[in-house]
Ligand binder design. Structure first.
Ligand code: GLU
Length: 304
C-alpha cells in the first residue's frame, strides 16, 4: 500500500482547515505554539516509514503519555489496577470533578485526568525514581534516547494545576491515592510535558500494533491480552467525551493530547501519528481527527 500518496493528499486537502480550531491556552506555555503546523508519520511493522509536513517537529505529548504510564503500571500490577480505576467511557470533560464525587473517588477510566493521576500515583509506588523510569520506558519503546521533558511546559502546567490538584485531593479523601498529592502532580505534569515528534510517537505505538511485543528489541512489554485491553480502552475512552465519535469515524484505537497530537494504530499493521495544535471544542486536534477518519477510509482498513 502506498501510504505516502494517501497521506500527502490528505495533508494537502486538510491544510485548508487551519484557523478552524483553537490552540489550548489553559496551560499558558501550550498557547505559545505556532498553530499552523501539521505533521503525519506512519511506521509499519514491516519497517517502512512515511512522513509528511512537520512530522519530525517535537511537541508536547500531553495526555498521550497516559498510554505509557498505564502500560508501565499494568506490567507490574496486572489486574490489580482495576480495583482503583474503572474501564467505562466517562462522557464528561477530561478534567471533570463531578462524576468523581458521586462515584466515590474511583475514576471512570485511566485516560481522564483523575484516572491518569491514580495510575501515576501507583507508578510512583513502584519506582524509586518515577520521572527517570518514565523517560527510560518511552526512550526504549521508540528507540530514541534523545527524549526529554520540556521543563518550561512542565513548570507552566504545575503553576496551573489547581483542578488536577483538586482531583488528587478528592481521591485522597476517598483513600484512592497512596502518595503525596503535590509529588504526584509533579510527576504527572512532567509526563504530560514530554516532547516527541510524530515519528517518535508512531514508533512508540508500534508495540501496541504488534500485540505487546516491542518490534525493536523483541521484548514482550505487555501480554497479548494486556495489549488487547489497552487498545479497547483507547478505542472507548481515548478521546475524552468525543471517544464514541472517534471510534465511529476512524475505527481504530488511539489517544489524543491537548498539545494537538493524535497517536493511533491498526493492530498487526501500523502506527500513525498526526499533529496539528488547533483543537476542536472537545480538546482534540481538529485536523488530527479528520486526518485519521480520511486515512482509514482511504486505505479501507481499520479494526472493523
Ligand atoms: N496536562 C493536561 C492536563 O492535565 C493534559 C490534558 C490532556 O492532554 O488531555 O490538563
Amino acid at each position: 500500500m502506498n501510504y505516502e500518496e494517501v497521506i500527502t493528499r490528505i495533508h494537502q486537502e486538510l491544510k485548508s482547515y487551519w484557523g478552524k480550531g483553537k490552540v489550548a491556552d489553559y496551560i499558558p506555555a501550550l498557547a505559545e505554539v505556532e498553530p499552523q503546523q501539521y505533521g503525519i508519520a506512519i511506521e509499519t511493522l514491516d519497517r517502512q516509514s512515511f512522513q509528511v509536513g512537520e512530522a519530525k517537529v517535537r511537541f508536547s505529548i500531553q495526555s498521550i503519555s497516559k498510554v505509557f504510564t498505564l502500560s508501565m503500571v499494568t506490567r507490574h500490577l496486572g489486574d490489580r489496577i482495576w480495583k482503583s480505576v474503572g474501564r467505562e467511557p466517562s462522557g464528561n470533560p477530561f478534567n471533570s470533578l463531578v462524576q468523581l464525587e458521586y462515584e466515590r473517588g474511583i475514576p471512570r477510566n485511566p485516560f481522564i485526568n483523575a484516572g491518569a493521576l491514580v495510575v501515576t500515583d501507583r507508578l510512583m509506588s513502584l519506582y524509586a525514581h518515577p520521572k527517570d523510569a518514565i523517560l527510560n520506558f518511552v526512550r526504549t519503546i521508540c528507540g530514541n534516547d534523545d527524549i526529554y521533558y520540556d521543563k518550561h511546559i512542565a513548570q507552566s502546567e504545575k503553576a496551573n494545576a489547581d483542578r488536577n490538584m483538586a482531583l488528587g485531593y478528592l481521591m485522597k479523601s476517598f483513600g484512592n491515592m497512596e502518595n503525596d498529592i503535590e509529588s504526584v502532580l509533579d510527576v504527572y505534569c512532567h509526563q504530560c510535558a514530554i516532547s516527541m515528534s510524530c515519528v517518535d510517537l508512531s514508533r512508540a505505538f508500534l508495540f501496541l500494533a504488534n500485540r505487546g511485543l516491542n518490534p525493536f528489541n523483541q521484548e514482550q512489554i505487555l501480554s497479548v491480552s494486556q495489549a488487547k485491553r489497552l487498545g479497547a480502552l483507547m478505542l472507548t475512552c481515548g478521546f475524552y467525551d468525543e471517544s464514541g465519535d472517534f471510534a465511529f469515524r476512524a475505527g481504530v484505537p488511539g489517544k489524543s493530547g491537548v498539545g494537538g497530537g493524535v497517536a493511533a494504530y491498526i493492530p498487526g499493521s501500523l502506527a500513525i501519528t498526526v499533529w496539528s495544535p488547533e483543537l476542536n471544542r472537545h480538546g482534540n486536534s481538529l485536523i488530527g481527527m479528520e486526518t485519521l477518519e480520511r486515512f482509514t477510509t482511504d486505505i479501507r482498513n481499520s479494526i472493523f
